[in-house]
Each structure stands twice: as structure tokens, then as C-alpha cells.
Design a protein around this ligand. Structure first.
Ligand code: OAD
Length: 255
């Protein structure tokens, strides 16, 4: 936090106050302070401990459906036990200073919704939902307790296919409507705040560059440099649960 430059906090507040259409593009880092592990951090990231090819691909699932189901059941339980942190809450508060604010998230943990954000686009699905293998039947807010006496993964009660988490795995298409709307917003927003993403996973990772090329102001919030850093006008270096409340405080001073 000591590295946070007050002039950059002021400039961020100024740019938010001047912007009409704001996009907040988030990744796993925004939920780190809620106790949900990120993916690519060297020691604590999920992909440092678990093999994404076994756990986050269609082939991995078909090879060992029970293992994959149980890993997501474990993560479903984890996200349900966690709470939104001051970073999520500050993003809700920013709605008060924009004409229109949309959160575009790569996260599957529902924490933006639970914090109270009004417009949230989920690019990578939602871990609390499950669906049948061909995606025809979706079960919102899946209850693992209810299915615990059946062989895992449970089967769809409508079509008898295997159930799977409603998240986007490597090699899969992102939900078309969410993707189109995200690119439309990136092209038309005045300001994009990029919070807690390493910028490694396409196509989501190109949203900041699309926004910048279309003339938007782009600010990054991250304790570390990322693949997005060179695209941003500047970076607020620090944890989002500390940096974003500072920005909200600065905006409040101005009203
Ligand atoms: P990553 O794990 O790749 O990156 C997390 C980012 O958060 C890093 O840049 C960290 O420096 C930053 N970070 C850590 N703590 C933070 C904090 N307190 N405040 C702000 N930032 C912090 O996660 P994503 O970029 O979200 O995809 O990963 C993108 C996608 O890759 C995920 O959606 C997931 C994964 O495979 C799917 O599951 C399809």
C-alpha cells in the first residue's frame, strides 16, 4: 500500500467523475482478499498445484468425470463460504459516479453479484451452476448436499447425460451473448478499470486493448505488472481491496 501514489488516486477519481460509460474488467485478483485462490500466482495459484488439462478441459472431464466433479464441488463449497471484500464493495459504490457501469468478470464465484453490483457480465460462466453435458439443461445454485448419495457426477434428470459445472473450460467457446456485449462495451466505454487479472487468457484479455484503441482511458489495479500493464494509461499498484476504497474516498471528497 505504501507504493500507492496519491496523485494517481486523484487522477483515477477525476477520470471516473468525467466518464459516462465505465467498464470494470475483473479477474481472480479481485477475489484474492476474500480467500479465493487465483490461478497463475507462483506459489498460491490453482494452476501451480493442479493440472488445468485434467481439471478444466472436456477431455479431462471425460477421462475422469468424478475427479473433475469433486474438484468443482470443493471449489463451490469454498466460494459459498467466502464473502465479498472491500474491492467488490467499492466497485458497487462506483456505480454512483457513472452514468452506466458494467462489470465484465472472468470470475465464476458470484462475488460481484453478492456484493450488489447491478450489471455483471460473466465471461467464464458461474461455478454455482451446473448443466448437462450438451448444455440443454441448466441447474442454477446447485446443491451438492442433495446429490451426495448418488454416484458422481450426477446425471441430468431430463436427458440422463452427465452433469458438469457451467464454467468455460480451456478450448471451449465463451457464451456468445456475453462476449459480444463485452466487446461492444469495450469499444464504446469512456473508461475501463482493469482489476486483478494477469491478462493471459484470450479472448477476454484483449478487451483492454480494444477499449484503448477505441479511445477509452484505461487504468489497471494490480499489485504486480501484468500482460495488460503496457495497454493501460497508468497503474494503481496494490491490492484491489485497499486501492479501490481509496478511490471511492477520493470521489466522496469531491461531492
Ligand atoms: P490469474 O491467476 O491469471 O491472475 C491473477 C491476477 O491477480 C495477477 O495479475 C495478480 O497479480 C493479481 N492479484 C493478486 N492479488 C491481488 C489483489 N489482492 N488485488 C488485485 N489483484 C491481485 O487470474 P485471471 O487473470 O483471472 O479461466 O485468469 C484468467 C482466467 O484463467 C480465469 O478466468 C480462469 C483461468 O484459467 C477459466 O477458468 C476459463
Amino acid at each position: 500500500m505504501s507504493e500507492l501514489n496519491p496523485e494517481l488516486v486523484e487522477r483515477t477519481a477525476q477520470w471516473i467523475a468525467e466518464a459516462g460509460v465505465v467498464v470494470v474488467f475483473t479477474g481472480a485478483g479481485v477475489s484474492a482478499e476474500s480467500g479465493i485462490p487465483t490461478f497463475r500466482e507462483a506459489r498460491s495459484g490453482l494452476w501451480a498445484k493442479y493440472d488445468p488439462m485434467r481439471l478444466a478441459t472436456v477431455d479431462g472431464f471425460l477421462n475422469d468425470p468424478r475427479l473433475v466433479w469433486e474438484w468443482y464441488a470443493y471449489r463451490r463449497k469454498l466460494v459459498r463460504e467466502k464473502e465479498p471484500n472491500p474491492g467488490h464493495v467499492s466497485i458497487v459504490e462506483l456505480e454512483g459516479w457513472a452514468d452506466e457501469l458494467t462489470v465484465i468478470t472472468q470470475n465464476v464465484d458470484s462475488l460481484h453479484h453478492r456484493a450488489g453490483s447491478t450489471n455483471v457480465i460473466e465471461l467464464h460462466g458461474n461455478i454455482t451452476r451446473v448443466k448437462c453435458f450438451n448444455g440443454s439443461h441448466v441447474y442454477p445454485d446447485w446443491n451438492d448436499e442433495a446429490g451426495k448419495d448418488v454416484e458422481l457426477p450426477p446425471l441430468c434428470e431430463h436427458c440422463a447425460q452427465l452433469l458438469r459445472p457451467d464454467v468455460v473450460w480451456f478450448g471451449e467457446q465463451l457464451p456468445a451473448g456475453a462476449l459480444e456485449e463485452s466487446f461492444r462495451l469495450a469499444e464504446s466505454c469512456d473508461l475501463m478499470l482493469v482489476v486483478g487479472t494477469s491478462g493471459n487468457v484470450q479472448p477476454a484479455a484483449s478487451l483492454p486493448a480494444v477499449a484503448r484503441e477505441a479511445g477509452a482511458r484505461v487504468i489497471e489495479v494490480n499489485p504486480e505488472a501484468s500482460e495488460i500493464t503496457h495497454t493501460a494509461h497508468f497503474m494503481l499498484r496494490g491490492a484491489s481491496g485497499e486501492v479501490l476504497p481509496e478511490v471511492v474516498r477520493e470521489l466522496r471528497k469531491r461531492t
